[in-house]
Design a protein around this ligand. Sequence first.
Ligand code: ADP
Ligand code: MG
Length: 274
Amino acid sequence: MTGETLAIRPAAVEVRDVHKWYGAQRVLNGVELTVRPGEVTVILGPSGSGKSTLLRVINHLEKPEIGHVSLNGELIGVRRHGERSETGVPPAEGRGRLKELTERAILAQRGRIGFVFQNFNLFPHLTVLDNVAAAPVATRRLKRPEARELARTLLDRVGLADKADAYPRQLSGGQQQRVAIARALALRPGVILFDEPTSALDPELVGEVLAVIKDLATSGTTLIIVTHEIGFAREVADRIVFLDEGRVVEQGSPTEVLDHPTHERTRDFLSKVL
Ligand code: ADP
Ligand code: MG
C-alpha cells in the first residue's frame, strides 16, 4: 500500500484525549492512540495502569467522561465531563461538529469489534460450533446454515475442526481460547481487541494461542493486544504502546520501546517482566 493510500484511509481506531474516572479515581488520563488498518498494536503496562479500561472504552463497554473514540472515521462517543450521554450535539471538536451516535449505532459499531477476554467467556451450554455461529445469527448477518458453515471454516483456521461438536468444558484452556478467537472472527470485525489472552493459561498452552494470534497478525487483521508476553510482542507488533497511570508514556516500534525505552517507568516495567 502506498503512503498516499494510507493517508486517505481513516484510522481503524482513533482514541482522542480520553479521560475516564471510577468515582474519584482517574483511570484514564488523556489517552491518545491511533491504529491504522492492518496494524498490530501491543499495549504494555503495569497492573492497574488502565489497559483493560482502555479496551472497554474502545469497545464502548465504558463511556469516557471526556474525549472520544472513532472507528474507521465514525465517531463512537463524545462526552464532556458532567454531560449526560443523551446530549444531542456535543461541543465542537477540532474536526468540526460531530454528532453523537445513537445507542443503535453504537451496537452496530460494537458488532464490528471482536473482543477476546482473559477467561474465554464461551457459552457453556452451546457446542463449540454454536459458540462460533451464534453471533452472526443473533446479529442477523447470516442464516443459521451459513453461520455454521462459516463457523466450520473458522474452527479449521484455529486448528479445531475436530472439536465442533464438543462443549467448552471438554476442551483445554488453550483450545477454549482458540474457539473464542474463532468466535471473534465470525463477526468479520474491523478490529479485534485481546485482553491478556494467555494469562489464564497453563504455560504449555500459551504457545498454541499465540500462534493463532500471530497468524491473524500476519494476514493483515487489525489487532490491539494487551499482553505481558514480551517476546511475542516483539515478534508481532508494528507498534508498542506503554501505558502507566492512565497515560501513554511512550510508544514506538518494538526496537524503540523494548530496546531503547526513554522513560524511567518503561525501563522499570521492562526490568520486571523481561
Ligand atoms: P489494568 O487492566 O491495566 O490492570 P484496569 O483498567 O483493569 O487496569 O484498571 C485500572 C484501575 O481502575 C484499577 O485501579 C482498577 O481497580 C480500577 N477499576 C477498573 N474497573 C473498575 C470498575 N468497574 N469500578 C471501579 N474501579 C475500577
Ligand atoms: Mg487488565
